[in-house]
Design a protein around this ligand. Structure first.
Ligand SMILES: Cc1cc2nc3c(=O)[nH]c(=O)nc-3n(C[C@H](O)[C@H](O)[C@H](O)COP(=O)(O)OP(=O)(O)OC[C@H]3O[C@@H](n4cnc5c(N)ncnc54)[C@H](O)[C@@H]3O)c2cc1C
Length: 423
């Protein structure tokens, strides 16, 4: 079989690529190892409850992206972000640095005192790593007790091992006045970086992809195993072989490199330096609506495995049966780092101990694993991914999407990364 434009991966990026060709009147074929589309944007259903693969909401600004989303699922539910943090049993509004009100007077004093002692930074100075950036921004006490702890849980690295270019607007940098104001009152303005977030009224996050999937030629259960760039052929785990005119890949860069023959050692070495977080989502179905009222919350405590919790049923009531609710907890670690029982004890079990949920309300739990979550911004990332992408481009493989660009792309950016290929 021969196709002109072969697209690897039916995540939002791969579907965006296929949709771009469709809009231009050109044909393409998408191959996907799973039996459905969506990748990280997929949703799954169990006994009338729907869960996404980690928390997903859209804050897309681009008209062309929002047009596709609206065509897919009509009007979306809008949420005004107001996340919280769970810190030593206290509910602290997010971001914690300017919402310290619930903390003890003693701890607030320590944080403010260290905040005031921060070194003055000139425009030219650049922090060596994320830990230094955190200490410069927030002072030592806050840095050590909040983001440095969270970094280990979310990024699976010490803050000192990370670069800082990815931070951008993601972490709020308050003034001293804002920190002090947040110590004295709970009534602080919302300073989260996205002003509103949207979610399909029905069908879970995956519903946003329907328009693209409807116009795509997708071959499911086609797991790419080998790529022959000379003869322009891709071989699959099911024994099929497809010849292509042009090849576009949204698969993780290290995986693509492993599918090629005779890769120069410096390229293989570069690919081995590209690291990504992986993790488990632990989903909880509850026969009550009595759950914390926050759409999502971060957990700083190290004795709770999850870094973040969110509620699919608060994202959309359509995600749970009448009178029920749901939560999903995110634990970042390598596959097999914990047994299923350890995962449940360290997440669901801890919420029960803290009185956040009641054991008798639990209908079922589910544990799922994602091998690729976020790319990690360790020191070699920029040079290594350039080496790998340049090599693949020279071999005629165009890489795109979150793991093809190897970047911190949101869904709208991943979609555009694919859509723009045909422009
Ligand atoms: C924890 C977390 C939370 C997030 N929250 C948000 C959010 O709230 N809002 C937002 O906008 N973005 C969010 N994102 C980002 C978003 O998930 C990504 O930008 C987007 O899903 C990436 O899409 P993609 O198509 O590039 O990659 P993927 O979704 O990974 O798609 C790649 C596809 O390739 C397939 N594949 C892999 N290997 C093979 C193979 N060998 N053969 C064939 N097929 C293969 C996979 O099955 C998959 O379908 C979040 C990401 C994470 C990890």
């Amino acid at each position: 079989m021969k196709v002109e434009n072969l697209i690897l991966g039916a995540g939002i990026a791969g579907l965006g690529a296929s949709y771009g060709f469709y809009q231009k009147g050109k044909s393409s074929c998408v191959v996907e190892k799973n039996s459905t589309y969506g990748g990280l944007c997929d949703s799954f259903e169990i006994n009338g409850f729907r869960f996404d693969r980690f928390v997903h909401l859209t804050f897309a600004q681009e008209k062309e992206v929002n047009d596709i989303f609206r065509k897919s699922c009509g009007e979306l539910t809008t949420h005004i972000p107001n996340p919280f943090n769970l810190y030593h049993g206290l509910w602290v509004k997010h971001p914690a640095q300017n919402n310290l009100y619930p903390l003890s007077e003693e701890e607030k004093k320590l944080i403010v005192s260290d905040f005031m002692k921060r070194p003055t930074i000139t425009e030219e100075q650049k922090p060596d790593n994320y830990e230094e950036w955190l200490r410069w921004q927030f002072g030592n006490y806050f840095a050590e007790h909040f983001p440095m702890v969270y970094t280990k849980k979310y990024w699976m690295k010490e803050a000192s091992q990370l670069r800082t270019e990815w931070v951008g607007k993601r972490i709020y940098q308050p003034s001293v006045d804002e920190v002090i104001a947040g110590c004295n009152t709970a009534e602080t303005p919302v300073t989260y970086y996205a002003k509103e977030m949207r979610y399909p009224k029905k069908g879970g996050f995956k519903a946003l992809l329907r328009e693209m999937a409807d116009h795509a030629d997708i071959k499911y259960n086609y797991e790419v195993k080998h790529i022959d760039t000379q003869n322009k052929e891709v071989a699959f785990g099911n024994g099929e072989v497809i010849s292509f005119g042009n090849l576009y890949s949204s698969l993780p860069l290290p995986e693509i490199i492993a599918m090629l023959d005779d890769v120069p050692s410096h390229v293989s070495e570069a690919a081995s330096q590209l690291e990504a977080t992986s993790g488990y989502h632990i989903s909880i179905a509850l026969k009550t609506k009595d759950i914390p009222p926050y759409l999502w919350w971060y957990i700083y405590d190290e004795d709770i495995l999850a870094a973040r919790v969110y509620s699919p049923s608060l994202k959309s009531a359509d995600n749970a049966p009448e009178g029920c609710s749901s939560l999903q907890m995110e634990v970042y670690c390598k596959e097999g780092a914990y047994t299923e029982q350890q995962l449940l004890d360290g997440t669901v079990g801890r919420l029960i101990e803290l009185g956040v949920i009641n054991k008798d309300d639990i209908l079922f739990t589910h544990v799922g694993f994602e091998k690729y979550a976020n790319v990690i911004f360790t020191e070699p990332i920029y040079d290594a991914r350039k080496t790998v992408r340049d090599y693949l481009a020279a071999k005629g493989i165009c890489t795109f999407g979150r793991f093809g660009e190897w970047d911190y792309l949101w869904t709208n950016q991943s979609l555009l990364s694919g859509l723009n290929l045909s422009k």
